[in-house]
Design a protein around this ligand. Structure first.
Ligand code: C2O
Ligand code: CU
Ligand code: CU
Length: 519
């Protein structure tokens, strides 16, 4: 469709909205908007197996533009794997691509050799078959490749999917649970496209500093889609599957919503919020009261994360429209959810520090400062020239050599290296770890494999109620730090250690990752 006819449709939609009293969010005709894709659920077959195949594909995200992609059992993204607590499931992961991959089960409490970290490479044409014993509460987890140092690129191409655990306790709560009807997965990703339709991706100074900065939003692989949902309580399973971008989520009519679960499972009680920060790799489940049947958008508002306020994100950006006009919903918002174990009083002293270091801090920040971006962000006034200058550095800044890329970032002063001797951590003991950052003050969502932990303090204060449950990824920024209570239930050998890293994938792929064995 030409720009002209697109504009006509836009104005026709606006006129109709005025005449017909359509919700303000319905700025376009429904026919002009894609339907929200709902990832198909896959459960173990009679043999207890789930087959996943990473494969090439192509997708039309915008009319008239074909984008080469990669997906799992499909052209872009993957299915929603569904397992139950107590189940033993064999994942059969086939690599139908021409590069090595791995498949990591983000959020799962499983041994290191099944974790899918950088040491579990699957060669092109190969199949990897880890058996996973699901021994943790209901949660919205996910999976994605973790090959070093190409995780960022493989996730951009579309390799990621949901991994949902159910249990009796969660089912008994009567939460909305009809998949795609009142239980809606939302995978948020920003992308930038080259002129030929392919995904933009380049490891340069801006990438290792700010991470991937897209200028278009995809939700479940569609741009600003529409979802028809039940009229009632709606559960949104939010996954920030972006490489770097953090979101400040709200609903367009500013109604409250209720957080019921964090990364690793349900909270003790719903937490009412009007805004929710969601950093890369994090998940939250929220319940929205849509009993009035009125349409609304999930939106993201400007954030303080450096580089993430370039257009269109200098203003509120709508992500997806929810139209609660299907059959009535039956799900409920309970007063109480689950009982979480109390934090341990006599936790030992910090046994592991994880300091996120940016080794090109001065160079990267110097360029960013010179562009005027920090000044612009701090003053809160948008400047087209600054935005254009920074965008130019993002898109045209010379690509790093692999050597320069791999020495750009670090944990505890050392850039990640394959084969390095991992740290050691005790098996089945409650531990105190401390996560912090060097001098850069940037946002680092720090993720640890093999566990679900509890935040004891974030920037010296108790965590906000919605962050007080099970977490595997915690955002630190502004010189902040976090103390966690963590326990590893499963061993990880030195040959297949667990990872701890920043989930800004460009930071991870440029050294901001470290490894540890358990037991
Ligand atoms: Cu989501 Cu180590 O990864
Ligand atoms: Cu992980
Ligand atoms: Cu980082």
């Amino acid at each position: 469709m030409s720009d002209l006819s697109r504009r006509e449709v836009l104005s026709a939609g606006a006129a109709l909205a005025l005449l017909g009293g359509l919700a303000g969010s319905d700025r376009l005709f429904a026919a002009e908007r894609p339907a929200l894709p709902i990832p198909p659920e896959v459960r173990a077959d009679a043999a207890g197996e789930i087959a996943l195949k990473a494969q090439p594909g192509q997708q039309t995200f915008f009319p008239g533009m074909v984008t080469p992609t990669q997906g799992i059992n499909g052209p872009y993204l993957g299915p929603a794997v569904r397992v139950r607590r107590g189940e033993k499931v064999t994942m059969s992961v086939t690599n139908g691509l021409t590069d090595d991959i791995t498949m990591h089960w983000h959020g799962l409490k499983i041994p290191g050799h099944d974790d899918g970290g950088p040491y579990n490479a699957i060669k092109p044409g190969g199949t990897w078959t880890p058996t996973l014993s699901i021994e943790q509460p209901a949660a919205t987890c996910w999976f994605h490749p973790h090959f070093y140092p190409t995780t960022a690129e493989q996730v951009i191409m579309g390799l990621a999917g949901l991994f949902i655990i159910d249990d009796e306790e969660s089912v008994a709560l009567g939460l909305p649970s009809r998949w795609g009807v009142d239980d809606i997965p939302l995978i948020l990703q920003d992308r930038r496209f080259n002129a030929d339709g392919s995904f933009f991706h380049r490891f340069n100074l801006m990438a290792v500093t700010m991470g991937y900065v897209g200028d278009k939003m995809l939700v479940n692989g569609a741009h600003y889609p529409v979802a028809q949902t039940a009229q009632g309580w709606i559960r949104l399973r939010l996954l920030n599957g972006s490489n770097a971008r953090g979101y400040r989520l709200a609903l367009s009519d500013d109604r409250s919503f209720y957080v019921v679960a964090s990364d690793g499972g349900l909270l003790e009680a719903p937490v009412a919020l009007k805004e929710l920060m969601l950093a890369a790799g994090e998940r939250y489940e929220i319940l929205v009261d849509a009993r009035d049947g009125k349409a609304f958008d999930l939106v993201t508002r400007p954030v303080t994360q450096l580089g993430m306020n370039l257009p269109p994100f200098h203003e509120e950006v709508p992500l997806v429209t929810l139209r609660p006009n299907a059959a009535e919903g039956t799900g409920q918002l309970p007063d109480a959810l689950v009982k979480l174990p109390a934090l341990v009083d006599d936790l030992p002293a910090v046994s592991q520090n994880l300091v996120m270091d940016m080794l090109r801090d001065e160079e990267g920040m110097g360029a960013v400062k010179a562009s005027g971006l920090m000044k612009m962000d701090m003053s809160g006034t948008f400047d087209t020239n600054v935005a254009a200058a920074v965008t130019k550095m993002i898109v045209e800044g010379p690509a790093f050599s692999l050597k320069d890329q791999l020495s750009s970032n670090a944990v505890n002063g050392a850039s990640f290296e394959m084969g390095v001797v991992p740290y050691g951590a005790a098996l089945q003991k409650e531990l105190r770890w401390k996560i912090s950052e060097g001098n850069d003050r940037m946002l680092h969502p720090v993720h640890i494999h093999g566990c679900q932990y509890r935040i004891r303090s974030l920037d010296g204060k108790p965590p906000a109620p919605h962050m007080a449950g099970w977490k595997d990824t915690v955002p630190i920024s502004g010189g902040g730090s976090c103390e966690i209570q963590v326990r590893f239930d499963h061993p990880a050998a030195k040959e297949t250690p667990f990872m701890a890293h920043c989930h800004i994938l460009e930071h991870e792929d440029s050294g901001m990752m470290t490894s540890f064995s358990v037991g």
